[in-house]
Write a protein that binds this ligand. Structure first.
Ligand SMILES: [Zn+2]
Ligand SMILES: [Zn+2]
Length: 176
């Protein structure tokens, strides 16, 4: 299990509106073994779950660590994780985050919650930020030493830097 990748999947889910089973499949991408399990009920479950993740991201961006932990603990109680040792070829036993009977949404909830629980335990409860760029509120993970990340992507930071530069150039012109 790759905890950092699981935490990133949680952030990706916050940034992916879920309206249909196809949206869930798109979110899952190359992980077709989970995508093949997606049914209409998963959409409803994930919409509710996403609302909880949004609440957690907002609390984190507002540096309210206690609220982040309370929200995550509520989600963990509602979406239990059932780990299971698995071996696809007997020689390599490894841990699956959810047992074989898990639905697509149960798997997604388990992975993302586990990733976030590890993120909080290792780096603190306020490591999810919201993009500061105009017209973007994407969530992102900030593991920088002084928690200084402001934008979700280089695309957003470049966009905002260019806008700031234009404003400075405009101001310089007006002074002249
Ligand atoms: Zn496996
Ligand atoms: Zn952004």
């Amino acid at each position: 299990m790759d905890f950092a990748a699981y935490a990133q999947r949680a952030v990706d889910l916050v940034n992916t509106p879920i309206e249909s089973a196809d949206d869930v499949r798109t979110y899952l991408g190359h992980r077709t073994w989970v995508a093949d399990l997606v049914r209409d009920d998963d959409v409803t479950v994930l919409q509710g779950f996403r609302a909880g993740l949004e609440e957690m991201a907002d609390a984190s961006a507002a540096t309210d660590g206690a609220a982040v932990v309370a929200t995550l603990n509520g989600l963990l109680a509602k979406h239990p994780i059932r780990p299971m040792i698995s071996g696809h070829d007997e020689s390599s036993w490894h841990l699956h985050i959810q047992d074989d009977s898990a639905s697509a949404s149960e798997t997604i909830c388990a992975e993302t919650l586990f990733g976030l629980a590890m993120l909080v335990s290792e780096h603190g409860a306020t490591r999810i930020g919201r993009c500061a760029a105009t017209d973007c509120d994407n969530a992102f993970i900030d593991t920088s030493a002084n928690r200084s990340r402001r934008f979700c992507s280089t695309r957003c930071s470049t966009r905002m830097n260019v806008a700031a530069l234009r404003r400075r150039q405009q101001a310089a012109k007006e002074v002249r």
